[in-house]
Design a protein. Structure first.
Length: 280
């Protein structure tokens, strides 16, 4: 049974999200990030989730992510101000944060990445389900993406994804770039000393995902293999792609995002559709 969004079942929570989102409405990238006066329950949600994730990260997160987390030093005991994290991040990798009122459309989101800007929400998930969020919130955006962006190698891949999305015109090409982003920078897994470790933002920012990801089926990271894969972002992924090393992640994604265009992606999708057709 599909669960109802907390904004629908809790009017007060929905109003709080709207209030925080309204602070960012109409702002340009050059405007300062709004300051939010977080409540006791929001600080408690942040503390609870960060405490649980810190334990899991030591076992399940990839070494580059762990190093970036240590260097960025996002506070674990209270909700930080987005502008403070942005200033720290900019000094480390050149990326900065921009507040977003809500989920940002793919083209706009990726376009910001090309300019070394990550669009982050400032609201938090509902307190009744702190280890689960129906959609991206500030915990996902900062603990997942923000920390990864403190690593120069990951930051470079985010920029390449943004540049690729800005380069294409067709909806199919844009959606495929988004799919590659999903299975790598959102749900990517890499082997370290023979063990599977998570580096994707969706995995490292979710206790439930970290609890589940090793039970998924795994395929070697390969762009062409992604063509045939369907996925649902609202549930745990039954299939994930793993790389042998971060070097391989950079090689595969760099080669694809660095050169793809509408024509090359159309050819890729066509080969995939012919493969599927040949099986029937």
């Amino acid at each position: 049974m599909q669960r109802k969004h907390a904004c629908i079942t809790d009017a007060a929570y929905g109003q709080r999200r709207s209030e925080i989102g309204a602070l960012s409405a109409g702002l340009t990238p050059d405007d300062p990030i709004p300051l939010v006066e977080y409540t006791d329950w929001e600080h408690e949600v942040w503390r609870l989730v960060c405490a649980d994730l810190a334990v899991r990260h030591r076992v399940d997160a990839a070494a580059p992510y762990l190093q970036a987390a240590e260097e960025l030093a996002v506070p674990l005991d209270h909700v930080p101000q987005l502008r403070d994290v942005s200033a720290r991040l900019a000094s480390m990798s050149g990326f900065r944060l921009q507040s977003a009122a809500a989920l940002v459309p793919l083209k706009e989101f990726c376009g910001s990445l090309a300019n070394s800007v990550f669009r982050s929400t400032q609201y938090l998930r509902h307190p009744r389900s702190p280890l689960y969020s129906e959609d991206p919130d500030m915990l996902h955006d900062l603990v997942g993406h923000g920390i990864a962006l403190a690593n120069a190698r990951f930051a470079h891949l985010y920029r390449l994804a943004g540049e690729a999305a800005a380069r294409v015109q067709s909806a199919d090409a844009l959606q495929f770039i988004g799919k590659v982003f999903w299975f790598t920078l959102e749900c990517g897994v890499v082997r370290e000393r023979g063990e599977r470790k998570a580096y994707g933002a969706t995995l490292v920012s979710s206790y439930g995902e970290l609890d589940h990801f090793r039970s998924a089926a795994f395929l070697p990271l390969d762009i062409e293999s992604l063509v045939d894969i369907e996925y649902d972002i609202s549930t745990y992924q039954p299939l994930l792609f793993e790389a042998d090393s971060l070097d391989q992640v950079e090689d595969v994604l760099g080669a694809f995002w660095g050169s793809c265009d509408d024509e090359s992606i159309a050819a890729l999708l066509d080969r995939g559709s012919r493969r599927v057709g040949s099986r029937h």
